[in-house]
Design a protein around this ligand. Structure first.
Ligand SMILES: Nc1ncnc2c1ncn2[C@@H]1O[C@H](COP(=O)(O)OP(=O)(O)OP(=O)(O)O)[C@@H](O)[C@H]1O
Ligand SMILES: [Mg+2]
Length: 242
């Protein structure tokens, strides 16, 4: 079976500055893979390169075995790759329900509201709320729900826990546990919150100044303070849920 998402030899430049060097990673169907790395390591750029946004890039990006490196962002979204950027981008003037309806319509799929609410229970009480009246955690849940409303097969999440309190992060974590199986999706989760990633992902890739410094099982990484220290300089202060 082909990987849901497969990146190989990915290089990226902003202007003349190269920021990704030969990045390789894959996400299998139904799997969640963590993309770790310090500030500026290249996590966001990697996700943007998959979506064909911003940076100039070279290398292979395959979606379910098909080369999609040449496709435009809109075509990738239509094909089934959804991207939730760190700033979430909810339509603030629309209600949550309208945000979800719009996302389903854009992908020409029926909105399965029950499935979304079952898996992201916080949505239940937010459906009539307008985007501008949501807290950070609520916005994040809605942004993920909106991505899922389009029934993607690959979901790219960029720092979903950024700016959220530990309690809200824990709520999100509980909801995220079942996302791959409930929605039949592969998830690439870019995060600095190590504990969040390790509790959700089966495998991790760690970026260090634009290169993959480590690729392996989340369990192995979780059990090795040495690996964590070597690649992330993790201290109790950086590991936000400790
Ligand atoms: N639009 C841009 N123009 C020029 N350089 C950029 C741009 N966006 C990012 N960079 C640079 O590319 C490198 C990788 O940045 P990127 O945003 O991918 O890192 P990141 O791992 O997502 O970091 P963070 O954890 O802070 O979000 C950094 O050196 C950054 O300064
Ligand atoms: Mg980033």
């Amino acid at each position: 079976m082909s990987a849901a998402l497969d990146v190989e030899g990915l290089c990226a430049w902003y202007g003349s500055a190269q920021v990704l060097f030969d990045v390789a990673l894959d996400v299998q169907p139904g799997e969640m893979v963590g993309l770790l790395g310090r500030n500026g390591a290249g996590k966001t750029t990697t996700l943007k390169c998959v979506m064909g946004i911003d940076a100039h890039r070279s290398g292979a990006v395959r979606f379910e075995g098909e080369d999609v490196a040449g496709l435009r962002t809109e075509s990738l979204a239509r094909a089934g790759i959804a991207w939730v950027p760190p700033d979430r981008r909810i339509f603030t003037g629309l209600t949550v329900l309208e945000n979800l309806q719009l996302a389903a319509r854009a992908r020409q799929v029926r909105l399965d509201l029950d499935l979304l609410v079952d898996n992201l229970p916080i949505l239940g009480r937010l459906l009539d709320r307008r985007g501008y009246a949501l807290s950070g955690g609520e916005q994040q849940a809605v942004a993920v729900a909106r991505a899922l409303a389009g029934r993607p097969r690959v979901l790219l999440l960029d720092e979903p826990t950024e700016g959220l309190s530990p309690l809200v992060v824990e709520e999100l974590r509980t909801a995220f546990v079942q996302l791959p199986s409930a929605f039949g999706i592969a998830v690439l989760l870019a995060e600095q919150n190590l504990q969040f990633v390790l509790s959700l992902a089966s495998r991790v890739a760690v970026l260090e100044t634009g290169r993959v410094a480590y690729r392996g099982s989340a369990t192995e990484f979780a059990e090795s303070p040495d690996l964590q220290h070597r690649y992330l300089s993790v201290s109790s202060e950086r590991s936000r849920l400790d």
